[in-house]
Ligand binder design. Structure first.
Ligand code: GLP
Length: 261
């Protein structure tokens, strides 16, 4: 696992966008797994700026969703499908046919989960999966004690996650769905490159446990330690509880230019 410590969220967005741009120059039809929440916004804005500046052509890129609320009406502005279309697909100038995601309004949710895992495999698998981290250490919506081998499935949110996400629902926790579909941890680990971005002091404990704690399902993000190509990009605030922060800084400073993330 490589840990990259940057000054702030904007710098984190730039580092990750550079990595995505490099991937798309080498593999124009790469499948990008995207995350929602506040954290990845700087990545999408930095990537969009690169597209507008003519630095990278993303027109053949494909986008895959990580997770979804269950039961929101189709087209609800806070469904993750709506968020990904609004924050990623449209700004990058991609068509909806470039996008795939689980159907959170399906009558048969279990079938929708199986169908999504199959669709990801049929698409050749995710090339780069961008992840955020919950304050409880979740990735996607894999809450604590999710099986490290889990596949895309329905999960029940913790109270903490519903409180954290209430800001997207007018501050009303009752509006936050209790159930979600998420790529499983086993599914996520099949992506060829995992990039977890975390910013802000409220993520410092979760980051420290995920990076320097034992691999344990109680901290789902610690599963990144099992992946052969995992990158954790953190700003100074989110890195503030890492014991090995100086080592991570020195390693990144000495990184050969050609290597990329
Ligand atoms: N399902 C999403 C996660 O994918 C995201 O990583 C997390 C953190 O969100 P934020 O970046 O807003 O802190 O929130 C949600 O629970």
């Amino acid at each position: 696992m490589e840990v990259v410590i940057v000054e702030d969220a904007a710098a984190g967005g730039e580092v990750v966008a550079q990595s995505i741009a490099a991937l798309l120059r080498a593999a124009p039809s790469a499948l990008l797994g995207v995350a929602t929440g506040s954290t990845p916004g700087p990545v999408y804005r930095a990537l969009t700026a690169k597209v507008e500046a003519g630095e990278v052509d993303v027109s053949s890129a494909r986008i895959a969703q990580l997770d979804e609320y269950v039961g929101l009406p189709t087209g609800h502005p806070e469904s993750y499908r709506s968020v990904v279309l609004r924050e990623v697909v449209e700004p990058l100038g991609l068509g909806r046919d470039s996008f795939m995601g689980p159907d959170g309004s399906a009558a048969d949710v279990r079938a929708a989960c199986l169908a999504y895992d199959r669709a990801l495999a049929a698409a050749g698998g995710v090339d780069l999966q961008l992840l955020g981290i919950g304050t409880d250490g979740h990735i996607g919506f894999n809450e604590p004690c999710s099986s490290l081998a889990s596949r895309t499935r329905i999960k029940t949110l913790t109270e903490q996650t519903r409180v954290d996400n209430a800001r997207f629902f007018g501050g009303d926790i009752e509006q936050v769905p209790r159930h979600v579909i998420t790529q499983g941890i086993g599914t996520i680990l099949e992506a060829r490159h995992l990039v977890l971005l975390a910013t802000g002091e409220n993520k410092a404990d979760a980051v420290a446990l995920a990076v320097e704690g034992p691999v344990a399902s109680v901290v789902p993000a610690s599963a990144l330690q099992l992946h052969p190509h995992a990158t954790v990009v953190v700003d100074e605030a989110a890195a503030s509880k890492l014991k090995l922060a100086d080592y991570f800084r020195a390693t990144y400073a000495a990184k050969p230019d050609w290597q990329g993330l």
